[in-house]
Design a binder for this molecule. Structure first.
Ligand code: SF4
Ligand code: SF4
Length: 533
């Protein structure tokens, strides 16, 4: 049974916005991190605590730690100082955040979210703030302010939609990242970020899957493919000297509907005879460091490159992941790059040189596949996807952070006869986050997730009602994990899948048996074959 929709209270709250206020009622916050995960990562102040506790067990000198941390970051990151100084409160970003739209809480307006930190910056780091205090827009740093930071910096998915509309280019996601990094200094972090990151350290992936589990899962996938296609595909793991290292999010080999995307990759690699290897060490593309600290992001990203070095591959190919690509395109070069021990990627099938990846040496699977289609190197039968009427959700990180807007659409138009776009102001750079990223996709945070997911689900509803869309495709593992719940809640009747699931369905493989099911083992409703060679 569907739950009642949360009410959106549009009246502004009474009182001064600068009074810190955070009500940790059930459904709108994430649990604090378990001490074992905080300890595993070497983060400070591991302890048992929860946000609804009166006493957060902060370290005795927490205020000094935060102000020193802020000073250090103002020195280190020029963008942070700039963003603290230049907002003119024009309001262009105000109604662009999905959390403000879904909750109507003014502190979820991006510029007000930033102001929670900026007011402390003014009080302690500007001359006028030090002299005039609140008259100059400054705020004392109190425990209530810390609680308010926690509440609102964990109601921002760092999606960067607001930054698209800011005439000054202020990136509120970067402010949230610094806010979370400061909170980490006093041990105020959430388990849904710390646990995946700690698992990544222990076993190489967020889910804590051991190498033998990784191997079993890939071999199971090969068995599934044999039943569907009659072909046995290779599962190379940790193979030294392979040309290409392939890295994907761990959900692809563990969760549903991600698993069907994995099947699509494996079929494609088999069909074009790719000389590649998976890795049980770099068995995770995702990077939860993006949601905790720059240092953590660097450490997790380094793992992929160390493995590429160890296996002596020429370049790296990456799967349908979200934050892997944001880290890769926005931060990798200054953190661990340039990766000049690798070669500039060249497709062994088409000869295309991917000069856009000259410093990261890492190609997105959609770039790779679009190039294969463009050069007519694979045969596709889009009618095998005729049971789907398809739309595409631009996942925030590949879309806004790396500009991967055309390639997924190009692929979808070749593997599907029924592709429909959602309204223009909800796609491409203006895409709406589904409200559960950056570690906020937890069950305890359900109400806020559904509120944040409302604008995206509403746009899906539009194409469902107008065109009969029944499949939302995307290229992010966390989207695939959390969109099904948001759609079930707001827009029932629409399923979620990966772009390479549809590639796998449509791919006409040499020597395959007649297909009777799609990759979900559903009977294939095949119309007249329209094979594009
Ligand atoms: S959730 Fe996205 S739109 Fe909202 S403040 Fe954060 S980065 Fe901006
Ligand atoms: S759009 Fe930019 S300058 Fe305008 S209020 Fe928002 S953050 Fe400030």
């Amino acid at each position: 049974m569907r739950q009642a929709c949360p009410q959106i209270e549009s009246r502004p709250p009474r009182g001064d916005w600068r009074d810190p206020r955070a009500e940790f009622h059930k459904g709108v916050f994430c649990y604090g991190a378990a001490p074992k995960n905080v300890s595993a990562l070497g983060f400070p102040n591991p302890r048992e605590w929860q946000p609804f506790d009166a006493d957060w067990k902060l370290p005795p000198d927490w205020q000094r730690i935060l102000l020193d941390g802020m000073q250090e970051r103002l020195r280190k990151y020029r963008s942070f100082r700039l963003f603290m100084d230049i907002c003119v409160r024009c309001g262009a970003c105000a109604d662009k955040c999905q959390f403000f739209i879904g909750s109507s809480d003014p502190k979820n307006m991006p510029m007000v979210r930033a102001e929670l930190l900026r007011s402390v910056y003014r009080r302690y780091f500007t001359l006028t703030g030090r002299i005039f205090g609140s008259l100059a827009g400054g705020r004392e740093l109190t425990e209530d302010v810390v609680k308010e930071w926690f509440y609102y910096f964990y109601q921002c998915t760092e999606c960067r939609r607001c930054s698209v509309f800011c005439p000054y280019g202020i990136d509120t996601a970067e402010i949230t990242m610094i806010g979370r990094e400061l909170l980490n200094l006093i041990g105020c972090n959430i388990n849904w970020v710390m646990e995946p990151a700690a698992n990544c350290f222990r076993t190489g992936n967020h889910l804590g899957i051991q190498p033998h589990g990784f191997k079993d899962s890939l071999e199971f996938a090969a068995g599934e493919l044999e039943q569907i296609t009659g072909l046995r595909v290779d599962v190379p793991i940790n193979r030294k000297g392979a040309e290409i290292l392939f890295v994907m999010p761990s959900a692809d080999y563990f969760a549903e509907p991600h698993f069907y995307t994995l099947l699509g990759y494996m079929m494609l690699f088999h069909e074009v005879g790719l000389d590649f290897t998976f890795s049980a060490f770099a068995s995770e593309g995702g990077n939860f460091g993006l949601f905790s600290s720059h240092e953590m992001m660097k450490r997790l990203n380094a793992k992929i490159y160390e493995e590429a070095r160890r296996l002596k591959v020429k370049w790296i190919l990456g799967g349908e992941c979200g934050h892997m690509w944001r880290v890769m395109h926005q931060y990798m070069d200054t953190m661990n790059g340039p990766a000049d021990f690798l070669e500039v990627p060249v497709s062994p099938v088409t000869g295309t040189r991917f000069d856009n990846t000259a410093s990261t040496r890492m190609v997105h699977i959609c770039e790779f596949t679009a190039d294969l289609i463009h050069n007519q190197k694979i045969r596709l039968d889009p009618s095998r996807n005729d049971h789907w009427r398809v739309t595409f959700h631009d996942s925030c990180n590949p879309a806004r952070a790396m500009g991967l807007l055309e390639e997924p659409r190009y692929i979808l138009r070749h593997v599907s006869n029924h592709f429909y776009e959602m309204p223009e102001n909800t796609i491409r750079e203006k895409t709406f986050c589904r409200g559960s990223g950056s570690g906020l996709g937890t069950d305890e945070n359900f109400e806020m997730r559904m509120r944040g997911g409302l604008p995206r689900a509403n746009a899906v509803r539009y194409v469902r009602d107008k065109h009969g869309v029944n499949l939302l495709t995307c290229i992010c593992a966390i989207d695939k994990a959390t969109l099904p719940t948001a759609l079930e809640y707001w827009t029932p009747g629409v399923e979620v899948g990966g772009v390479h699931e549809l590639v796998g369905n449509a791919l006409v493989m040499k020597g395959e048996k007649e297909r009777t099911t799609d990759l979900r083992s559903e009977p294939l409703h095949q119309k007249e074959a329209a094979v594009h060679a």
